[in-house]
Each structure stands twice: as C-alpha cells, then as structure tokens.
Design a protein around this ligand. Structure first.
Ligand code: ZN
Length: 327
C-alpha cells in the first residue's frame, strides 16, 4: 500500500542509508536542501529510451531506495530503476500535470514508441506543496485534463456498449462521474493551485487510476478526446503538454457527442486549463488535419470504438470549431 504524504518533503531521506536520486535540475534545486541524508548518487535524467535506462541501471551503485523527483520523466525513470533493482521507491512529483506518479505501470520507449513492461508500487508519494506551487501555474492546471477527460470517455464507453456489445460497468462509470463532480466543485482551488486544489488533483488522479485497474481497461478516463492528442503528436512530431491537448480533444469530442462543447469550455476555463490551440501554438491547418485524421489514426492504432466511428466529421465542421476556439 502506498502512503501519501501531503505537506513537505523535509526529512524524507533522513534515515535512509543509501539512496539514489533521479531528477532534473530545477526540481532537484527545489528540494535538495530539505530532503535529508546524503544521496549515494544523483542522476539528471535525460529521457526514457529503454537502452539509456538500462545503462543507468548498470552504472548506479546498490541502494536501499530510489527517489524520483520531478515531472513525468524523472518519475518514470525512478519507477524503472526500482522495478529492475527490486528496491523500494519514493516519488516526489514537483508538478501534477501528468498522472505517471499514481500509475503502477513502468513505461519505457523504444525509438520513441511507449511500451509498458511491468508494475511497481511506491512506498511513499510525497506531495510537497512548496515545490509544486513554484512551477508555472498552467502546468499544474493541465493536470485536470486527464480527469475531465472522463466526461467524453464515459460517453464513448457507453456508446461502444450499445453499438458493439463491449462490456460496460455501471458502478465504475458512476464512480467516474463522482470524480467529475468533485473536480468541477473544486475548479476555483485548482485554477489558483491552492493546497486544496493540488490535493484534489492528486486524489482524483489516484481514483481514476484505481478505476482503470478495476475496469481492466482505460475506458473510465480515455476515449476519443485522447485520439486528438495522439493524432496531433503523430502528425506534427512535436511534444505538447498532455492535459492541454486532451482539453482540446474534450472540446471536440463534446461537440461530436452532444453538441455541448460550450459547457465543456466553460468548465475548463473555470479550472484554468489552457486548452485552446493558441495556448500551445498549432496552426489552423494542423488543427483541421488533426481532426480529419482522428478516425483513421484511431482505426489504424486499434483504439477502442468511439464517437469517431459514428459521427460525420467534415472539413467544414472542423473549420467551424477552429473559428470558435480562436474567437
Ligand atoms: Zn491522458
């Protein structure tokens, strides 16, 4: 069982004899004077390529614990190290923009393609408010994207159940709707990255992760809105802030599913989730081509059945969405 510590990282490693730190420059500078003890090694992680991670594991000394401090990359590298070495793991996420810190999956990349190769469970997850609040605000608010995505993911799951007979669990769906309600009720705290807002995001990330494990699939959290993210990255070969682009996907899928994209936009604005294309700099052409490419990407990538398989997506419709998002 993972213990969540809310407050400060101070003294976390005070009584650990030998520990390795996997981090990056900025996150390390935020906690190094407070974490306690003396690390046996400090690694500034440069990426998640499988070969590179194996080199790190070979080079590093034997330790009792590895501590991952930072965003997704440092956290994923520490998870890999703990899994390979079978040592204990502590995670200190210094931004809450991605939910890698609550997921048990160990992810690596082979030539850029993500693979999940094992599972690991941290002993402790420390939420250090001071470090998190020092990050740019929009990075933390983007953490709402992977929770609010339930709005459109649940619609797709139900639709697939009705159209294809895919198994559907009403209890899990109801729990995910409660997660959505809690998220929206705390919009203001999230927008202002208060301690309560941070804690809400962490608790809801954990709950979403639990629901996905219970469902045995990502349906409670991932649907057609994620196809927009995957298609855009594939088309442009650029990296984006996950939650922001998922937010655009929620807007588009809400339009295709129920025509209430305006309500979705209002909620995302109230949480400070920057989801408009201008917020992360893609062109009109890239936006439209991504929308028109989503169905194809979804079918080729064998993504589960969704609104993309049922709705009519014309260039005119895509252009109208662009105009609305740019006005
Ligand atoms: Zn996601």
């Amino acid at each position: 069982m993972t213990e969540f510590v809310y407050g400060r990282v101070d003294g976390l490693c005070e009584s650990v004899k030998k520990y390795a730190v996997m981090t990056m420059d900025i996150p390390w500078s935020l906690v190094k004077d407070r974490i306690g003890g003396t690390p046996t090694s400090i690694t500034m992680v440069r990426g998640l390529e499988h070969k590179y991670l194996d080199e790190l594991v070979r080079e590093l000394p034997i330790v009792d614990m590895v501590v991952g401090i930072g965003g997704g990359v440092a956290v994923d590298a520490a998870k890999y190290f703990a899994w390979k070495r079978q040592c204990s793991l502590a995670l200190v996420p210094t931004i809450v923009s991605v939910d890698a810190y609550v997921s048990p999956e160990v992810a690596v990349r082979d030539s850029g393609v993500v693979h999940y190769i094992g599972k690991v469970s941290p002993e402790k997850i420390v939420i250090d408010y001071r470090a998190i609040q020092s990050a740019p605000r929009h990075l933390n608010t983007s953490g709402a994207g992977d929770i609010y995505s339930s709005r459109t993911a649940l619609f797709d799951w139900k639709l697939a159940h009705e159209k294809t007979g895919e198994s559907y669990d009403e209890n899990i769906a109801a729990a995910a709707r409660r997660v959505l309600d809690t998220l929206v009720a705390n919009a203001d705290e999230i927008k202002n990255v208060t301690e309560k807002g941070i804690r809400t995001l962490v608790e809801l990330h954990s709950e979403e992760s639990r629901l996905q494990i219970q469902a045995g699939k990502s349906r409670p959290e991932e649907g057609s809105e994620h196809a927009f993210f995957y298609t855009l990255e594939n088309l442009t070969k650029r990296a984006f802030i996950h939650g922001q682009v998922v937010g655009t996907g929620i807007y588009i899928s809400s339009h295709l599913q129920t025509h209430d994209e305006d309500e979705a936009a209002q909620v995302m604005d109230s949480m400070g989730l920057l989801f408009r294309p201008k917020d992360y700099g893609i062109s009109r052409e890239e936006f439209i081509n991504t929308i028109l490419g989503m169905r194809d990407y979804s079918r080729k990538g064998k993504l589960p059945f969704s609104i993309l398989d049922a709705a009519d997506i014309s260039p005119q419709r895509a252009a109208r969405l662009w105009d609305k998002l740019s006005s």
